[in-house]
Design a protein around this ligand. Structure first.
Ligand code: ZNH
Length: 147
């Protein structure tokens, strides 16, 4: 089981209490589609993804980015059972959506970058360490139901 120190819990809760999902969700998800273009293959129903400008202006991309960030709330609410909390979403991504689990890490890196840009100096190495650990556990939990 993953162990969290009090300071990690404080840092992680502190970060999330300041995050504006409506702003960061679209930024993180559009970055993922632009930087790692093969991730676009799952979103053929989203309309125009032809270039960075189209992706950043795409309302479906924005809405999905917000939805995915809200997906992190699950982990935040169940920090002591992140694997259990994501079992259902993991099955969905594996069995129904057929998303390659390597992509979870790519999106989590994009989330880290937009959070770092937002927090600026407050994103200290210690903050990054705690945030990275949280996202790494979520990524691992999302990959858990793949066989
Ligand atoms: Zn995902 C969906 C979360 C990543 C793809 N997602 C989804 C949802 C959620 C999530 C919550 C919704 C579900 C329902 O509805 O029930 N994701 C998530 C998270 C993450 C993710 C948390 C990490 C962090 N995804 C991802 C990636 C991808 C994806 C990376 C690829 C690339 N998802 C997806 C899809 C879907 C989802 C495809 C479906 C969409 C629609 O709407 O159709």
């Amino acid at each position: 089981m993953v162990q969290w120190s009090e300071s990690e819990r404080t840092i992680i809760n502190g970060i999330f209490s300041h995050l504006d999902y409506d702003d960061l969700g679209p930024k993180a998800f559009s970055r993922c589609l632009i930087v790692y273009p093969w991730t676009q293959r799952y979103f053929s129903s989203f309309g125009n993804l032809h270039n960075a400008e189209a992706i950043m202006g795409n309302a479906n991309v924005a809405a999905h980015g917000i939805k995915v960030l809200h997906g992190l709330d699950l982990g935040l609410k169940h920090m002591d059972d992140i694997m259990g909390a994501y079992a259902e979403l993991s099955s969905l991504h594996s069995e129904k959506l057929h998303v390659d689990p390597d992509n979870f890490k790519l999106l989590s890196d994009c989330i880290t970058i937009v959070v770092a840009a937002k927090l600026g100096k407050a994103f200290t190495p210690e903050t990054q360490a705690a945030f990275h650990k949280f996202l790494a556990v979520v990524v691992s939990a999302l990959g858990k139901q793949y066989h």
